[in-house]
Design a binder for this molecule. Sequence first.
Ligand SMILES: [Zn+2]
Length: 137
Amino acid sequence: MHPAPPKLKRANSNTRCAVIFLAIIFFVIAAMVFFFNPAQNKFYPVCQFHRLTGLNCPGCGMTRALYALLHGNILAALRDNALFVAGIIFLAARGVWFWWKRPATEFFPVRWLWLFLLVALVFTVLRNLPAFAFLSP
Ligand SMILES: [Zn+2]
């Protein structure tokens, strides 16, 4: 006879509060980017990695990609930062699923963070190679 599997706990309220807090921050930033084009306004922070090295970090072009996404220009968003677009789609889908199903898992398990860091590292290397210039903003 096998022992009964352990019961899974629902996500705690801290996780839900963190998701709501992050969503609010995202929508405030999105509203600002929607109304103030990053290509025309100089108050947005400049990437210090790019300024110092001339290379593109995984976040370079993210603000312009968000602006393009918010204005329905998906191709321009992909040109500016494909990793950001893929990440937004993934997080939105995960958020909807998480909210709808209320699973007993974490919103973003730690092992996914390691996978994301690996993907971001590969993306960073590729976008700085001449053969993959299409990944640069
Ligand atoms: Zn950068």
